[in-house]
Design a protein around this ligand. Sequence first.
Ligand SMILES: Cc1ncc(COP(=O)(O)O)c(C=O)c1O
Length: 477
Amino acid sequence: MAYHQATYDEPLIKNIRSGTDYKVPAVEERVEDLIPPSLLRHDLDLPDVAEFDVVRHFTRLSQMNFSVDIGTYPLGSCTMKFNPKFADSISQIDGFRETHPLQAEDSIQGSFRIMYELQEYLKEISDMDAITLQPLAGAQGEFTGILIVRKYLEDIGELGKRTEVIIPDSAHGTNPASAAMAGFDVVEIPSDSNGMVDLQALESALSDRTAAFMITNPNTLGIFDRNIVKISEMVHKAGALLYYDGANFNAIVGITSPGIMGFDIVHFNLHKTFATPHGGGGPGSGPVAVKAFLRDYLPVPVVSMNNGKYYLDYSAPKTIGKVASYYGAFNMLLRAWAYIRFHGSDGLLSNTQKAVLNANYLSHRLSASFTIPFSPLKKHELVLSTEKTGKRALDIGKYIIDQGVHAPTVYFPLIVHEDMMIEPTESVSKDDLDRYAQIMEEALKEDVEQLKKRPLNLSSRRIDEVKAARDLKLKWD
Ligand SMILES: Cc1ncc(COP(=O)(O)O)c(C=O)c1O
């Protein structure tokens, strides 16, 4: 049974005719008299619709959307888990919501305390020594981290010499993009037959030109690289830094940490691991933590405390400068703080264990119908290939959304053909997982031509995705 089916095509609000003599109450002063003529805009063509039509229009639009509050949303690499409402409600408390970032420090000690405590929690979770909460997304965290690498190299006189950042072929696309934007040459190395870093390829790529090695662990195949300590030794022996893309932190919280694995710089995706869903273009938060020897390069300010009083510390002498306005996405920080406080160490560990168990349960079940490349043992997500079934991942994805649940990520990572990347997260039940597997198995029974026509039950039929990506139209008329 589908959770919802919004098959209607909602018109633009300006095309809605209310059919009532609806009038906004007259105001005493004319707007034109209050605004300087140079700022007045004419011909706005605002719709003249009744309140009930406005409310119904937006409610219907919301029903055409799929969200984590409707059902299973296992978008691999995006961690679209259900987010508990207490985290949202804390971020809506007036005292936080109406705070201005330029208020006197004495008047916002509570907000600073939250930021300070969050810094401490994240340092403990990652086993790192210092942190900035400023970056506004995972990708911006990566960029911040690589700028720190740059500044550090400049400081030790090796910037022009160490020009390369090595990245495995299983990496998220933002990794090479961040390294290139920071001015480094990207050197890609292959994965081995287990989906882990090919150590020989790494050995040959490492040289006195290497600035850093960037890696996600577990990687985008959902596989934990068991050679990570050896990798750390190899990278450091070559005089390079080791960068941890912590977007997949939800697979290791409470079990191991980048600090233990030997990393020098780490970014978190708070908007995936610690409340707030990823995706949808909403606000994010990508704090960056470093080992002590890189502390002085962090963006300023960081929140510090002296004798129980919190203050903004601008003292990092070699700072790379600010990377976001004020102190980062404070609302996201609040949610993450609330999430960590609510769950505590045991709860966070239990969430990790559930996320890993759910991915492995689904992987095991789907292995009867699909090819699961590399190791059958996964961490938080699984990647399967539909190639041998004779059906395309795209078509199966469309079948899945037609059944009222969200499709997985498709065609990423790039190293598996016709792949689907499924991240169930901890917030699904066994029934949800069985139902999801059943839908995927049913898709295989459908005739190939019929499958290509999917979706049939939604307000939009099959769209031209290449055109949508290349011919971006942000205004719909
Ligand atoms: C492995 C990995 N790295 C980096 C990112 C980038 O994070 P963001 O989308 O917040 O920029 C993601 C996002 O999903 C990711 O999955």
